[in-house]
Design a protein around this ligand. Structure first.
Ligand code: ZN
Length: 183
């Protein structure tokens, strides 16, 4: 078993850029599943999720690679309002440009992968595409916020309003003010 094969087995979310000659990589397609474990390892905004990434190499010339990355699935992020997980549907196609260089570097437009390794880890680019394509306001549908969580965070308010009506009408109104879901 070669070093590269072992590496791929350890981390199945990689494309070996040195595996084939440039021209042979062109047109090749790869499928990945970015799952809970990956999102938790990245430890960013996304708490969990399952995103299928279909990656097509559309250009591979002189150590520069251009991929189309289609990311589709669902991810959970904290609701802006109640902080409980809200599930978002992801369906986006983005272009990823990669080049071989000395050290790993992500300048936002081009991802540089160390020439020595030649392995493109797809998990971080997919994560970034997912985050970039989220709606700006990430909240539950009206009435779906986690009331228990809200009570914890609004504890001081709850104590102040001395149980006159009982219902939390205020929160319901705020949730349904029409900002939801404009993506
Ligand atoms: Zn919520």
């Amino acid at each position: 078993m070669s070093t590269v094969q072992r590496e791929m087995e350890r981390n199945p979310l990689t494309i070996d850029l040195l595996d084939a000659l440039d021209a042979q990589l062109e047109g090749k397609a790869f499928d990945f599943v970015v799952d809970d474990a990956v999102f938790q390892a990245i430890d960013g905004l996304v708490t969990k999720g399952t995103v299928h990434a279909h990656v097509v190499c559309k250009k591979a010339r002189q150590a520069v690679y251009v991929f189309d990355v289609h990311s589709e699935g669902t991810v959970c992020v904290p609701c802006d309002r109640c902080l409980a997980d809200v599930e978002l549907r992801i369906d986006t196609t983005d272009e990823l440009t990669v080049r071989l260089g000395d050290t790993y570097e992500d300048d936002g437009d081009v991802l540089t992968v160390p020439e020595q390794e030649g392995l493109l880890d797809i998990s971080l680019p997919v994560y970034e595409f997912v985050v970039l394509n989220m709606p700006i306001r990430r909240i539950h549908e009206p009435g779906k916020c986690d009331n228990a969580m809200m009570e914890v965070f609004d504890g001081h308010q709850a104590a102040r309003s001395s149980r006159e009506g009982g219902e939390e009408d205020d929160s319901a109104d705020d949730c349904g003010d029409g900002d939801y879901g404009t993506s």
